[in-house]
Design a protein around this ligand. Structure first.
Ligand code: FAD
Ligand code: UDP
Length: 373
């Protein structure tokens, strides 16, 4: 068998590149995927109760990129959706990002007013302030708030999620969920926030429906790379695995998901409830809030973070820390020696904590810069 391109992985990165190459260049693409489905970690399907669920945890689409939004809109219609999250803190269900409503709920009225005034004076109404920045403040009211929020929102959750304390990770990690100086309780502030109307997998089916694209599921590329003649490869699997871990393993954080079905819905007031302090799990997500699906019965996913062990569980999260970036840079240098014959991309190929829109944006740029010449 012969193909112009071998694309390893049918997640966002692989699917966008396969689509672009087939549609724009008219070249043949063989997509190999070791799971038994397309869509990578964004895969969704109807469970045995008829509820549309995300197999690998809740996936909410949000972006500020008009280019990414327009590109994906060719393959799906959208359901407008603003993600809202609550956390159990000291017996109360309050908004996350921690906002002025959470402050007023959890602090005595006088203290809350003092802290709110200090927040507005220091950062301005509407600001979103990373916790590690708030912790550096000298103002007594803000010190009090920072200590409280650090302890009740970030410390326990982060230690469970990563096995590391917030300071041991790149500040960009906790910076994803800043403290909000407003009553806005949306989890994201992006211009475009929506869910694919018929789900992610349906969107991927349309992206990959092209006569020049062939897909082989349940196939590891190493099992076919010698039998198939290919000109160039796009590899979206773990970069350390590609090089047989020659320089050591890049660490990942993994998760296990417990799916539970309930006859009565809704199970919880919003799509996601976080449990920063209690229990071994971090969050419970109820899919019907995101998908807008009607009917009785509801399914939730309970997330338990765990160590990644190659072959036993999935490498979900690259761990953003300088020392691991150095290890990655060694692999990157090796990849450059392949002279452009193999391109590495995606969350695993670049060892980067990418959201879906960032994966799509990076794939579109790669196509424009490295593939169309
Ligand atoms: P992947 O989706 O991981 O695809 C890579 C594919 O390559 C996989 O299917 C894998 O099986 C395959 N593969 C690997 N090695 C081989 C091999 N040797 N042979 C064949 N196939 C191989 N992003 C958001 O924007 N919003 C969210 O709400 C959100 N929630 C998330 C929740 C969780 C729990 C996780 C883990 C991620 C979340 N993300 C979210 C991030 C999102 O999943 C990624 O941005 C996206 O999946 C990246 O796409 P990718 O193609 O780079 O990687
Ligand atoms: N985080 C936290 N408490 C929360 C929510 C988030 O400490 O209630 C921290 C935690 O370190 C988490 C990070 O912020 O890993 C990013 O959160 P996000 O919801 O973006 O994580 P993801 O959806 O990517 O798992």
């Amino acid at each position: 068998m012969r193909t112009d391109w071998l694309v390893v992985g049918a997640g966002f990165t692989g699917a966008v590149l396969a689509e672009r190459i087939a549609n724009q260049l008219g070249q043949n693409v063989l997509v190999v995927e070791r799971r038994d489905h397309i869509a990578g970690n964004a895969f969704d399907h109807y469970d045995e109760h008829g509820v549309l669920v995300h197999k690998y945890g809740p996936h909410i689409f949000h972006t500020n990129s008009e280019k990414v939004w327009r590109y994906l809109s060719r393959f799906t219609e959208w359901r407008p959706y603003y993600h809202r999250v609550r956390a159990w803190i000291e017996g109360q269900l309050v908004p996350v990002p921690f906002n002025l409503t959470a402050l007023r709920t959890l602090f005595p009225r006088r203290s809350a007013e003092r802290i709110e005034d200090a927040l507005v004076e220091s950062f301005g109404h509407g600001a979103r302030v990373p916790i590690l920045r708030l912790k550096e403040s000298n103002c007594p009211e803000l010190v009090e708030l920072a200590q409280y929020v650090y302890r009740y929102v970030y410390e326990g959750y982060t230690t469970k999620q990563w096995g590391l304390r917030p300071e041991e990770l790149s500040p960009s990690v906790t910076g994803r969920v800043p403290v909000a100086v407003s009553v806005d309780d949306r989890y994201f502030t992006d211009t475009y926030q929506a869910m694919p109307l018929r789900g992610y997998t349906a969107m991927f089916r349309r992206m990959l429906a092209h006569p020049k694209i062939k897909i082989m599921l349940q196939t590891d590329y190493r099992d076919i790379a010698r039998e198939v003649q290919w000109e160039r490869m796009i590899y979206t699997g773990p970069i350390d695995e590609f090089f047989s871990y020659e320089d050591g393993h890049l660490p990942y954080r993994s998760l296990s998901f417990e799916m539970r079905h309930f006859g009565d819905s809704p199970h919880q007031p919003v799509a996601q409830v976080n449990y920063p302090s209690e229990y071994a799990f971090t969050r419970i997500s109820e899919f019907k809030h995101m998908t807008g699906q009607n009917g009785s019965g509801t399914t939730v996913a309970i997330e338990y973070p765990e160590r990644h062990e190659p072959g036993r569980n999935e490498p979900y999260y690259p761990i953003p820390r300088d020392e691991y970036r150095e290890l990655y840079n060694g692999y990157l240098a090796k990849s450059r020696k392949l002279g452009g014959k193999v391109l590495f991309a995606g969350r695993l190929g670049e060892y980067k904590y990418l959201n879906m829109d960032q994966a799509v944006g990076a794939a579109l740029s790669l196509f424009e810069k490295e593939i169309v010449r």
